[in-house]
Design a protein around this ligand. Structure first.
Ligand code: XMP
Length: 513
């Protein structure tokens, strides 16, 4: 067994995060690295094996991304997936051809049982295809190891040099035995020892933070009470307790009881020197009369920065700003053809570190959301924080459609609380990616007792998702909807109607603004 991780050279396939995930789930460290990165940045993580990923290009495009040719001089085991297989074939003087009809979807794959990549995998499995080009002649030293009805060379191998190519995608769930195939590559072929876990990650991160702060400076963090910033806070408190100050800005757009909960958890329970800034009036007066969602976001971002900077200036010798950036955010910003179009200005406080002349500390930038949750548990954060639904930075401002005022905030807080409490009490909360109430800027007619009412409408939104990029509406059983609806109408003054949002994303978004 050899120590080390797997470097995945990223050529832009939409499935690449899945490869990273599958390998981490095996207890092996891995990182996605831009496909055209030079050798030193690939070797920074001391890989014990390389994966060349799929991608949308044709190897014959004039701007087709190419790996550093030096990788082919190494003796590392190599697995090329789809575009990665074609790159491998081409570099080793095989032949790749375009001009075939694009093959997309499942195909029955037949393979030679004696090949180590297919060890313990039945022939005739279903494999997921997504390609235009194909390898038509394997390089010298390679053999064809699998085929489908339409594709004579669906996998190839040079077992002696441990170089493999598969035209299908083992990382997607639609490929039967896909995980087994990746395991064969990582363990059987590359002999990597599984030594990656949240415990080792935590230990390593604490050392990294201490090294980074070896110069003696202090670190601050904008703590929102959401999962990511809470985990960063707990980590920094563990690593450098004397030199870390979390700053919590109450923007007046939080949910019911949120500020109290943050104070209770981080100041009272963990004993952190939490700085609480009450900015409610500042935010609300800056937002007065503003109805445009993007304007709301910009104003909230600006006021946040002002208050945060002023709070930070009261702390001595601050050299670092910590942020809860996660791996998907990192990938999105480095992938050359990734879905980088920003539809809403989500990164509300971008530019803060440059402006304040601070160095960034992003201890979670290698993790996926569920790994962050696991780390949170490891650090002793309470379950209600670790398993919390995401909440947008601009808070309730983007859930009160139109103009924002105290009265509407109060209505929305009460309705949202009833909804969320119901989900928690009925064990529905953890089945849902994100649930919340929205206050609509319309009045509708109703009757209560003998009286005609003319009151507001609450929309309930509950979605399932894995990353927030796409989402489906949660199929909430009608008996639950009935109880939630009557609880809201009976207990929240000013609301006479409740509707349930059945839009998917796309074309809708999760938030209404
Ligand atoms: P959408 O509404 O774009 O949301 O489908 C996707 C995810 O992002 C959250 N979201 C935001 N988060 N600032 C944030 O920090 C924002 O301005 C913002 N807008 C949306 C949303 O709650 C969902 O989880």
């Amino acid at each position: 067994m050899v120590p080390g991780g797997v470097a995945i050279l990223d050529f832009g396939s939409q499935y690449n995060q899945l490869i990273a995930r599958r390998i981490r789930e095996m207890g092996v460290y891995c990182e996605l690295i831009p496909g055209n990165a030079p050798m030193p940045s690939i070797f920074r993580i001391k890989p014990a094996a390389l994966i060349l990923s799929g991608g949308p290009s044709s190897v014959y495009d004039h701007d087709a991304p190419q790996p550093d040719p030096a990788i082919f001089q190494t003796e590392l085991p190599m697995l090329g997936i789809c575009y990665g297989m074609q790159l491998l074939a081409l570099h080793e003087n095989g032949k790749v051809e375009g001009g075939y009809e694009r093959e997309y979807g499942p195909a029955k794959l037949y393979h030679e049982k004696d090949i180590d990549l297919f060890n313990d995998i039945e022939s005739g499995l279903q494999a997921w295809m997504s390609h235009g080009d194909r390898v038509v002649k394997v390089p010298a030293g390679y053999r064809t190891t699998a085929y489908t009805e339409l594709l004579p060379i669906a996998a190839m191998a040079d077992v002696t040099r441990r170089r493999y190519g598969v035209q299908f995608h083992p990382e997607v769930n639609h490929t039967e035995f896909g995980v087994k195939l990746l395991r064969n590559f990582v363990f059987g072929i590359s002999g990597i020892s599984p030594d990656w876990s949240m415990k080792t990650f935590l230990k390593k991160s604490i050392e990294t933070v201490r090294d980074e702060l070896a110069g003696g400076g202090n670190v601050i963090l904008g703590l929102s009470g959401g999962v990511d910033s809470s985990v960063v806070a707990a980590l920094l408190h563990e690593a450098v307790p004397q030199r870390f100050t979390p700053i919590f800005v109450d923007n007046g757009l939080l949910r019911m009881g949120e500020r109290e909960e943050v104070v209770e958890t981080f100041r009272d329970h963990f004993g952190m020197p939490l700085k609480v800034i009450d900015g409610s009036e500042k935010f609300l007066s800056a937002l007065s009369g503003v109805t445009d969602p993007e304007k709301k976001r910009k104003i909230i971002g600006r006021v946040f920065i002002e208050l945060f900077e002023s709070a930070a200036s009261e702390i001595e010798n601050v050299t670092h700003l910590a942020q809860g950036t996660l791996y998907p955010d990192v990938i999105e910003s480095i992938s050359f053809r990734g879905p980088s179009a920003t539809i809403k200005s989500h990164h509300n406080v971008g530019g803060l570190p440059e402006r304040m002349n601070l160095r960034l500390l992003e201890p979670l930038r290698e993790l996926f959301k569920d790994e962050v949750r696991e780390l949170g548990h490891e650090l002793g954060l309470p379950d209600h924080i670790v398993s919390r639904h995401p909440f947008p930075g601009p808070g309730l401002a983007v859930r009160i459609l139109g103009d924002i005022n105290h009265e509407d905030l109060d209505i929305l807080r009460k309705a949202d609380r009833i909804f969320i409490d119901y989900l928690l009490e009925n064990d529905l909360y953890d089945e849902i990616w994100q649930a919340f109430a929205v206050l609509l800027p319309v009045r509708t007619v109703g009757v209560m007792g003998d009286e005609r009412t003319y009151d507001r409408v609450i929309a309930l939104r509950a979605v399932t998702s894995t990353d927030g990029m796409t989402a489906d509406w949660y199929r909430m059983p009608p008996e639950h909807l009935a109880r939630i609806s009557s609880a809201i109408v009976n207990r929240v003054k000013g609301v006479s109607r409740v509707v349930y949002d059945i839009s998917t994303k796309p074309p809708g978004t999760i938030e209404w603004e």
